[in-house]
Design a protein around this ligand. Sequence first.
Ligand code: DHB
Ligand code: MG
Length: 225
Amino acid sequence: MSADRWAAVDRYISERLVDADPALDAAVEASAAAGLPPIAVSPPQGKLLNLLARTMGARRILELGALGGYSTIWLARALPSSGRLVSLEANPKYAEVARANVARAGLADVVELRVGAALETLPELAVEGGEPFDLIFIDADKKNTPNYFTWALKLSRPGSLIIADNVIRDGAIADPDSDDPTVQGSQRLHEMLASDEAAGARVSATTIQTVGVKGYDGFTLALVG
Ligand code: DHB
Ligand code: MG
């Protein structure tokens, strides 16, 4: 089974099940024009994020890693008008592109973009002491995914959903000898979830492998209990 076939099937799905959204198309175009890496979630994955947020009636969403704002728009579209999405982005250039894309989507009043390394902006969010987030999407630098997960737990409540993107990376997660820090990040997340340490006692989680236009990867979905 080839990557071409996976991409063709993603197109098949997108053409039938993913409604056209000019703001999302424009976000992809503007992100490419600005030289951002083409690593945003795929259209079917974006719709999955949107469906999950709507299913749980999310009112407050936290995103780690805005990139050009593509997943940000998908998630923010799921919110009621009184809802709020905070997105953390380390790269000021990416944040600028995301801000323009979010504004073009008519979501500037719903989305707050915070520029800075998430390990610095997350403690600030905690100190501000706002309401817990209903859904937290972790999609930033992969080596820190377990650290972000620990922060996500602090900023959530029982019933919150935490989603971590890119935890499979071509199956490398199953290689116990990997010296790739991003792979070790995924492995560490799973060790946390498997143990009583920090996360394990408080969440119920699974990880789903995926193929598609972005190759072979996967995501972890964790329900805070
Ligand atoms: C990369 C990052 C992502 O968030 C993703 O979905 C795919 C790839 C990357 O850094 O290579
Ligand atoms: Mg990703």
